[in-house]
Each structure stands twice: as structure tokens, then as C-alpha cells.
Design a protein around this ligand. Sequence first.
Ligand code: NAD
Ligand code: UDX
Length: 463
Amino acid sequence: MKITKICCIGAGYVGGPTMAVIAQKCPQIEVTVVDLNEERIAAWNDENIDNIPIYEPGLGKIVAEGRGRNLFFSTDVEKAIDEAQIIFISVNTPTKTYGKGKGMAADLKYIELCARQIASVAKDNKIVVEKSTLPVRTAEAIKSILDHTGNGVQFQILSNPEFLAEGTAVQDLLNPDRILIGGDPSEEGQKAIQALVGVYSNWVTADKILTTNVWSSELSKLTANAFLAQRISSINAMSELCEKTGADVNEVAKAIGMDSRIGPKFLKASVGFGGSCFQKDILNLVYIAKSYGLNEVADYWEQVIIMNDHQKRRFSNNIVQTLYNTVSDKKICFLGWAFKKDTNDTRESAAIYVADDLINEHAKIAVYDPKVSRKKVLADLDCLETRTVSANAASVVSFDDPYEACANAHAVAVLTEWDEFIQYDWQKIYDAMQKPAFVFDGRNILDGPTLEAIGFVYQGIGS
Ligand code: NAD
Ligand code: UDX
């Protein structure tokens, strides 16, 4: 089948960048990204490319190049569904906040809405692609909705999970480790797989395109995230032991990472992993395992989350303890609020939880993040519902200038590993701070001995 029209429902961190790259690499295909969120679509269409809603290195250029040529952003979901041969579903699948599975299961209401809308609009055969991360066997539910409410139209459901990481999304999309496509073993299913393989073949070599059955594909995504997060919790567990024993977690990570069976990636001890995926997907995995009665499997993976929560809490407890057991009315400067560098995404960022703990201790938090606004910082804290909106506003100030943020602070806490923090004039920061001046490096990016030579009391993670 010759593919000339694709649509993607959901113009978020996955839908936007993924479709921009498909449009760039497949000039013969018209790609339309749709979303219910009018503000988000308006931002994607903003003439000033700096105003697109997602910050990712290199993304602005690709969007600017494709927009209006073969890349379109629109709120007209029905039209896009009607015209497309392939429909990607890339909507959010957050942890449920209500009912059965609250706090664990993935909330599939947005997925179901998409399926129903596709069923009601489609007038010809469609390939529906799960791009969102979904519980294993979700394709069954989507198929059932499509087959029972459709207009006699044939649907093929494929699973094509996305493995991009934020901050490196464009590079990950241009040079993926692999493309995974799961589909039905029937002849029609295999044809649908080949149609999607054809799209990716425009820039991905055949040896990197893996085809499987749908359930393997769905479960591989949850498994990949669980394994990656597990490595971080493992090294973070060791960081606590290092602090007690005089070992240095950076040295331990290097030593074990040189074992080719272990490898060096995802062994960076930190204040804890954040982001919209790891916690959500592991909780979902735990929920699925429990629902099959696999309690040992569930407990095993849940420990990754327990360890991560412990690491965040340990970081804030240590700040309080080190600052003579009280941070009341002390100014603590947060360098970084995003969950990792090179993104404006703050979902599940460790900074939110550390700030919440410190505000409970009556600290005053000053935040500097190169890509996160004050509005977003406050909204993140308000979402926790720990205290009133006005109490949060009274406890947190954001700055556009890092030196102003640090002035008069009792301590600086590094929450995100932005490269620019390493380049700062730390002597200047020291001079303007209260003494003794503390640095709590939640990312192990600063050079401890250099800071100590200036006069700081420096504490990294795991040393
Ligand atoms: P997001 O919240 O940034 O974007 C989702 C978008 O879908 C929102 O803009 C929302 O308005 C829109 N939407 C929801 N329901 C809709 C509907 N019925 N019609 C039209 N639009 C609708 O989420 P995201 O980070 O892009 O993640 C999307 C999916 O991809 C999730 O399942 C996530 O787990 C998965 N994923 C995310 C990443 C990542 O790095 N963020 C990586 C891999 C996979
Ligand atoms: C993750 C997966 O990497 C990606 O494949 C998937 O598609 C979506 O989820 P993302 O959450 O965007 O991507 O970023 P990632 O680089 O995985 O970082 C997640 C969190 O772990 C960040 O808070 C990061 O700072 C932290 N991290 C990462 C560590 O603390 N130590 C490490 O060694 C690596």
C-alpha cells in the first residue's frame, strides 16, 4: 500500500517530535498532528519558532522546515482521521487518579476516546497505530471498540512504541536503536506491518526494524522502561551505601560499567529519576502483574519505585540535617527544575518533591531553570495539593538570573544536570551567599574539590 497521508492524535512530547521527523524524512507523505488542546496547537503553529510548546534541541529547525509543506498541526481531529491511511494514537496515558487501580494502572480513557472517534469517523480501511505506551493487550480493547462501533470498515491495529528520551528526542528519532512494530499474524496484519515498515524505511535500515506480535511489542515498551529505571534505582541504592562506607559511587559506576555485560549507560547516581514515563510505566507493570496474581513479580518491580522515592526524600532530609536541623526561613536555591537537562518538561521531576519537603520545613525556595517558567514551578507544587496555592506562592520565587537566585542563599541544590551550571562563576556565587555556604549536588556534575577550595561545603550523591 502506498502511504500518502498520516495523522497523529496527540501533539505532545511524543506526537510532535515524532511526526516532525517523519514529515522531514518522508516528503511524499502529508503528516497532520491533531490535538484537542487549542492552545498547544496554536503554539505549534506560532510564527515564532521559539514559541513551539516543546523545547528539544534541533526540533525548532525541523518543524520550521516542514510546517505548511507536508507537516500540519490542527484541532480538526475528525478531518485528519477521515483523510489518513495510518492513524497514530499518541495521547497521554497517565496513572489513574480514581477508581479501580487508582495510583497504579494506566488511565486509558483518552485512548478509548480516540478509538471511538476513529470508529465513528472512518469511512475506509485504516491502520491504527498505538504510539502511546499501553498495558499489554490494550490492542484487544481498541480492536473491539473499532469492530463494534465502526461502519463495516476494516481496521488493523499495530503497536509501535516510542523509545525516544526527552532532551535527545530529535537525535533518537533520526538514529533510533530500533523500531519496534507489533501486528497481527494474519495476512492483513502483515500487510499493515509492511506499510508502516515502508514509512520508517525512508531513513531507518532494515536491520533496525523489528517486527513482532502485538503483545510482545506492547510489553517490550514497559519492560525497556522498567529495566532502565531499575539500573538507576540500583546505582542509587549503592550511593547510600557508598556514603556510609567511604566508597565513591562515581568510581563504582565506572568500575562496573566497564564490564561489557553491564555497560556504562544509565548508571549515574542522582537525586532520583523523574519524567512522565518511568514511574507511570513501572506502576502499570506492577498493576498488570498483580492482576494476574503474580505478586512476587509485582513486588520485585515495585521496589524500583520505592527506592526512587527514598532517594528523593533522602536528599531533602540531608539538606535539613546538614543545615543544623532547621531550614526554617532559610533561602535554598534550586538550580534546575526540569526532570533532566535539555527539556522544559517537569513531569515527576525530583525537584518538585524535594521542594515540597523543604517547604514543609518552612524553607524559602528560589528557583532558576533555563527553560521552566515560574508559572510552571507553582503549578507543579499546586498539583501536589500539600498546601494552599497562596502558601506555595509565598514559599517559592523564580529568577531569570542564576546569580540573583543564589544571592543570600544558605544552600544551593543542583536538581537538573544543565550544562551551563558547570560553567558558572562559582566564586561569585560563593561571595554572595550566606556562610557557611553549602552545595548539594543532586546530579554529581560539579567539581567538589574546586568548590571546596573556594570555601563551599560540598556534598554530592554517593560520596
Ligand atoms: P503529552 O501529554 O505531552 O501529549 C498528549 C497529548 O494528547 C496532549 O496534548 C493531549 O491534549 C492530547 N490528547 C489527549 N486526548 C486526546 C484526544 N482524545 N484527541 C486529541 N488529542 C488528545 O504526552 P506525551 O509525553 O507525548 O506521551 C504520549 C504517550 O507516549 C504516553 O503514552 C507516554 O507514556 C508515551 N511516551 C512518552 C515519552 C516521553 O518521553 N514523553 C516517550 C515514549 C513514550
Ligand atoms: C525514558 C526512556 O529513556 C525512553 O526510552 C522512553 O521512551 C521514555 O522514558 P525520559 O524519561 O525522557 O526517557 O529520559 P531518561 O533519559 O530516560 O531519564 C529519565 C530520568 O532518569 C531523568 O530524571 C534522568 O535525569 C534520570 N537518570 C537517567 C538518572 O538519574 N541517571 C541515569 O543514569 C540516567
